[in-house]
Design a protein around this ligand. Structure first.
Ligand code: ARG
Length: 428
């Protein structure tokens, strides 16, 4: 160790990819094989003291105390576990709800929106602990490296980032061998690569890499697989205020509780699984299996609420803004200033989205069965075909003449010209 420090001082060596020795690195530690091997490797190969940071974003499958203990046993200098569930819900999930956050009309961005928060916490803790670098466990093929590194450098451009998985060229078998040689416990049953938080669960790898293969039952965790659901209907009512869920079945509850309850209720009834072939920011098409019962239920309910309370122009604007929002969130550009413009517009578009939506869950389906809003633009007397109707039908004729004028005019001119052309062709 000293040997390297001396060389650096004597010859003023220009940094290679891993120049720092005997310094502190903050590792975003999940407890899985990659980051466990990384912890040892950063220490052993690169001479870093490792501060392991594990963030609780509502993982349901993990015991975070044992994750911290594992990091200590592998040799972390400090282990930090932070509960950021409320921050995640208040600052990230709620923005995604207001933006109807759905990537490629399918994926509620559960992994995507947790990454900027993790990057923020990593920078914060790295500063507190005087770390010179932040290390993450992402591969060079995915979106998460883009999200972490863009966010970290948006917050602190001087922070070094280490991505050992991109450099070390170890496959899973090599990692297992390294783990065994260094007394690192190898997680059992790690057939899939899973990322989890309270907004959803992302599953990829193994048999899922073949898009022809139906996601097997062992890929499911939040959602009851098809064919295994109870033959009963479960009804819930979600109450919204300014676009956010505030009530479940008439009872005011914190958003985090509503999300957890809906994950359970919808999931038990087989609703919330998504089989998606997605376009990654790196250009790769990947097949991912998601379980997002709460997210899909809330978005489904909001769709109905929006159809009641937004006018036709607002709906079109919202669709456009939502798409921009989802693409930027997916692409790791959470800290781009455009997001703050979009969030302001989204907030304004949500101003009138209050009301109650009734849903029925039945064997993998979510059916919207009723909707009411104090801001509803649905006007019974205008739309009814009954005697009480107030719409002035006579005004329609004049409207059609003006509304259809260009269509009628242009198609008449073209038809005439087409006839002329044909006549000329026939004569020739
Ligand atoms: N494809 C998803 C995204 O980019 C999830 C990535 C993490 N997935 C995983 N199974 N580890 O947001």
């Amino acid at each position: 160790m000293h040997y390297f420090v001396n060389i650096v001082k004597k010859y003023k060596v220009v940094s290679g990819p891993f120049p720092k020795v005997n310094k502190k690195v903050l590792l975003l530690y999940s407890g899985g094989l990659d980051t466990s091997v990384m912890l040892k490797w950063l220490n052993e190969k690169l001479g870093y003291n490792v501060v392991a940071l594990t963030l609780d974003v509502g993982q349901r499958e993990l015991n975070l105390d044992s994750v911290a203990e594992k990091a200590r046993n592998i040799g972390a200098l400090d282990t930090i576990t932070m509960d950021v569930k409320h921050e995640f819900v208040d600052g990230y999930v709620s923005k995604s709800i207001l933006s109807d956050g759905l990537y490629e009309d399918s994926y509620p961005l559960s992994t995507s929106i947790a990454r900027p928060l993790m990057a923020e916490k990593a920078v914060e803790v790295a500063h507190d602990y005087d770390c010179n670098a932040i290390a993450h466990g992402c591969t060079g093929k995915g979106n998460d490296q883009v999200r972490f590194e863009t966010s970290i450098h948006a917050l602190d451009p001087s922070m070094d980032v280490l991505a050992p998985v991109r450099e070390w060229n170890m496959n899973r078998d090599d990692e297992i061998l390294y783990a065994k040689e260094h007394g690192i416990p190898v997680p059992v049953g790690g057939k899939y690569s899973v990322d989890e938080n309270l907004w959803g669960r992302s599953v990829e790898g193994s048999v899922l890499e073949d898009p022809l293969v139906e996601p097997p039952e062992d890929a499911y965790f939040y959602v009851t697989p098809p064919g295994k659901c109870k033959d009963t209907i479960k009804e819930v009512k979600i109450g919204f205020e300014k676009g956010l869920p505030v009530k479940l079945n008439g009872q005011y509850l914190p958003l985090i509780t509503i999300v957890n309850e809906l994950t359970k209720i919808a999931g038990e009834n087989g609703y919330g699984a998504i089989d998606h072939i997605e376009n990654r920011v790196t250009g790769i098409k990947s097949r991912e299996f998601y379980e997002c019962p709460a997210a899909l239920s809330i978005l489904e309910a909001r769709k109905k609420l929006e159809s009641l309370a937004l006018n036709d122009k607002e709906l079109k604007l919202k669709k456009y803004i939502d798409d921009l929002w989802a693409n930027n969130a997916y692409n790791g550009l959470w800290h781009d200033p455009i997001m703050s413009h979009l969030n302001k517009t989204e907030k304004s578009l949500n101003e009138f989205l209050s009301g109650e939506i009734a849903l029925k869950f039945y064997k993998g389906n979510c059916i919207v069965t009723g909707a009411e809003s104090p801001n509803s633009l649905y006007n019974y007397s205008l739309s009814t075909y009954g005697r009480e109707q107030t719409f002035d039908q006579g005004s329609a004729a004049g409207f059609i003449k003006i509304f259809g004028m260009q269509t009628i005019l242009s198609s008449n001119v073209r038809n005439k010209n087409t006839h002329k052309l044909r006549a000329i062709e026939e004569e020739a």
